[in-house]
Design a protein around this ligand. Structure first.
Ligand code: MF3
Ligand code: CO
Ligand code: CO
Length: 266
């Protein structure tokens, strides 16, 4: 495995791409309302990226080995959809939770981030899952420091989520990112402390746990992309792109509307 350590010049470009990705999530927030379709959210983000930001939506036509080209510009994963939900005719309704995942390319560099959105008032269990998932992402990020291990991140996420009766999706992971959308290393959201790759200053990767309220098992829908929980339990995900610095970490996907690091509560 070759993990590319980014130069100062590359880090500056990743800061710009990361902030732009987060600003798309800020922009779309007021549109996430009862009655809007996920396809309309995609169209709004697509226009904003192309015409306002001059960024390229990385998902559009993205085709990793074994996949058909992804047909849209963002991913919208509603309720029991875990990730890679394909925007379409589905209308959002009061009580839904939806993950919006945005990846932009600016000046050849990628910024990748996602948040959970609430459609009107949502059930208390849905809110709890979203908050647990947010805290689990941040507990993972807080482990990041040179000489620490990828397993420290995975352990922090898994031990926290499972202690609260939730489960971690194992089939998808965080990833290195730069001029490529997905590169080494793979960042598992489960594992054991002191195992796996050791972190080094200049690494950039995502932390993006998918946490289910029920069992961890998933399946892929007939569209070849959308992933759902097998037991139809709710699933949540948050994602940041993070740089390993000499003293710890720097989150690259922040903007005015990004929620702050939480007070660890659970
Ligand atoms: N943004 C997702 C990630 O965090 C990947 C989406 S691939 C797509 O890695 F093709 F579905 F967009
Ligand atoms: Co990602
Ligand atoms: Co993403």
């Amino acid at each position: 495995m070759t993990v590319h350590l980014k130069s100062t010049q590359e880090i500056e470009k990743m800061r710009i791409a990361g902030k732009l990705a987060s600003e798309v999530l800020d922009f779309i927030m007021p549109f996430v309302r009862p009655g809007v379709t996920t396809g309309e959210l995609d169209a709004q983000c697509h226009d904003y990226m192309l015409n306002v930001q001059n960024t390229i939506p990385a998902p559009l036509n993205y085709a990793p080995p074994g996949y058909s080209p992804y047909p849209k510009s963002i991913c919208t994963s509603v309720n029991h959809q875990v990730c890679h939900g394909v925007p379409g005719e589905k209308k959002l309704k009061v009580g839904d939770i939806v993950n919006i995942d945005v990846t932009v390319i600016k000046d050849s560099y990628h910024g990748d981030t996602s948040r959970m959105y609430y459609v009107g008032e949502i059930p208390i269990q849905a809110r709890r899952l979203c908050e647990i998932t947010y805290e689990s992402m941040w507990r993972g990020i807080e482990e990041i420091k040179p000489e620490k291990y990828l397993g420290d991140i995975g352990y922090a996420i898994q031990s926290f989520a499972e202690s609260l009766g939730c489960s971690v999706v194992k089939e998808f992971c965080g990833h290195g990112i730069g001029t490529k959308f997905h590169e080494d290393p793979q960042v598992l959201h489960y594992g054991h402390t002191g195992t796996g790759l050791q972190l080094r200053t200049g690494m950039i990767f995502t932390v993006e746990p998918m946490i289910n309220s029920g069992k961890a098992s998933i399946r892929q829908m007939a569209d070849g992309w959308t992933i759902v929980t097998k037991d139809h339990s709710l699933s949540a995900q948050w994602e940041h792109t993070v740089l390993v610095t000499e003293t710890g970490y720097e989150v690259l996907t922040l903007s005015a509307g990004a929620p702050p690091k939480p007070v660890f509560r659970f």
